[in-house]
Design a protein. Structure first.
Length: 71
């Protein structure tokens, strides 16, 4: 069984570049100050590639994909 993933952001590391919201608007929006608001619902397989790209390209390395441990 595949492990589902969720997005997490480290708000201390985040610089508010906003790149993540451009790369993955399906789950990331920006607040009025340019910081991300993450929809942490499980990410379906079809969106994982885009989610991984946003994680990789975050300039502050503040985004993570974590295993879903909720039931
Ligand atoms: S790309 Fe990274 S540093 Fe920029 S707003 Fe998103 S999480 Fe923060």
């Amino acid at each position: 069984m595949a492990v589902t993933k969720r997005l997490r952001v480290d708000m201390i590391a985040c610089d508010g570049h906003g790149v993540c919201a451009e790369l993955f608007p399906e789950r990331i929006q920006l607040d009025d100050w340019g910081f991300p608001i993450i929809d942490d619902a499980p990410i379906p397989e079809r969106l994982l590639k885009d989610a991984r790209r946003a994680v990789t390209l975050c300039p502050a390395l503040a985004l993570q994909l974590v295993d879903d441990t909720r039931r």
